[in-house]
Ligand binder design. Structure first.
Ligand code: SAH
Ligand code: SF4
Length: 341
């Protein structure tokens, strides 16, 4: 499977072929990806036939649309049957793909559907990158009206904790930047606060963005909804995020899923404000997407507005995010629900 091979070593897949073949294949895989090997017009027929059935490291199990065709969700099946989900969202100025980095997640956050189902395995770098190239190949055939015809932005906000799969996620970033040709600045790694991973990412040569899923502003509350907080408490997450900011000069964003009666109080907003100011971070508020296995419920719009107002008054930059794809379970934290039920 060509996506499971290091893109610098494609010759190994092409014994007896002239050296330029690897460059041609490289372009079809990364630069101008196509859905089927038949479309790789400059490759000889027998090679196209051989590549055909093993081009993608997964099969497409379902493809769903929402938000009048501007949101698309794929459920892929890896060769061993694991579910991999990606969500494509078209906007006027960008086309964003939300990708998965693990099949499942071991961290068990109470409000997250992925977390409730536990961990199956890490995704390979090639399985992570092929989500992006598949979306690019698909967009060539089915552009989203009014949006860029390529994936312009990638967010690691699908299934899994990217910094718990550091080595493969790092390699997936390298392939997106060096082989697909994406700008590091258009890629965002989202983490629940894996402190060693944040520190390593800060030392990488790329100007990627970091989003930290904070969701609570004191350790007692945070540990009750995000178990890994007991290992990496807030102060350590904050210190690591500051190190990231200092080393990259890129502002970190704080993600805050609004859970009714849990973390949407004025008290939490007042505790969050100094943390956000010290981190020089932008806060994104998003109403929780209800999932069947969680008792948590989304905050009301007026509560979210009130929470945002407290932060603004205390000098914090804040945005209220709209959710996409709720009706097809494509929104944050909902991935894997349908696949498993
Ligand atoms: N593991 C990483 C990235 C994947 S989750 C992380 O936790 O950051 C991506 C985002 O979706 C995180 O901010 C996460 O807190 C959020 N999320 C999880 N469950 C959610 C839900 N039910 N509703 C809204 N956001 C949710
Ligand atoms: Fe894992 Fe992120 Fe879900 Fe927590 S929110 S269980 S870290 S995927």
């Amino acid at each position: 499977m060509p996506y499971l091979v290091d893109p610098r070593e494609l010759e190994a897949l092409l014994p007896g072929e002239p050296p330029f073949r690897a460059d041609q294949l490289h372009d079809w895989l990364y630069r101008t990806p196509v859905l089927t090997a038949d479309e790789m017009t400059n490759l000889p027929e027998p090679l196209r036939e051989e590549l055909g059935p093993r081009l993608w490291p997964f099969t497409v199990e379902t493809e769903q649309s929402a938000d009048r065709g501007t949101t698309k969700k794929w459920l892929f099946r890896a060769h061993d049957g694991m579910a991999i989900e990606s969500v494509l969202m078209g906007y006027s100025n960008r086309t964003t793909l939300c990708i998965s980095s693990q099949a499942g997640c071991a961290l068990g956050c109470t409000f997250c559907a992925t977390g409730q189902f536990g961990f199956d395995r890490h995704l390979e770098a090639g399985e992570i990158v092929a989500q992006v190239t598949y979306a690019n190949a698909w967009l060539r055939r089915h552009p989203i009206e009014g949006s860029p015809e390529r994936v312009t932005n990638v967010v690691y906000m699908g299934m899994g904790e990217p910094l718990a799969n550091y080595r493969r996620v790092r390699e997936s970033l390298r392939r997106m930047i060096e082989h697909i040709g994406m700008s590091a600045r258009s890629i965002t790694v989202s983490t629940v606060g894996m402190v060693p991973g944040i520190r390593r990412l800060a030392q990488e040569p790329w100007q990627v963005n970091l989003a930290v899923s904070l969701h609570a502003a004191d350790d007692e509350l945070r540990s009750s909804i995000i178990p890994i907080n007991k290992r990496y408490p807030l102060a350590e997450v904050e210190a690591a995020a500051n190190e990231f900011f200092e080393s990259k000069g890129r502002r970190v964003s704080i993600e805050w899923t609004m859970l009714s009666g849990v973390n949407d109080t004025a008290d939490q907003a007042r505790k969050l404000a100094p943390i956000a100011r010290r981190m020089r971070a932008h806060v994104n508020l998003i109403a929780m997407n209800p999932t069947p296995l969680s008792l948590d419920q989304p905050s009301s719009r007026s509560t979210i507005d009130g929470f945002a107002a407290v932060l603004t008054d205390l000098g914090v930059n804040v945005t209220i995010r709209n959710t996409r794809g709720q009706d097809i379970d494509a929104a944050c934290g909902q991935l894997r629900v349908r696949a498993a039920t």
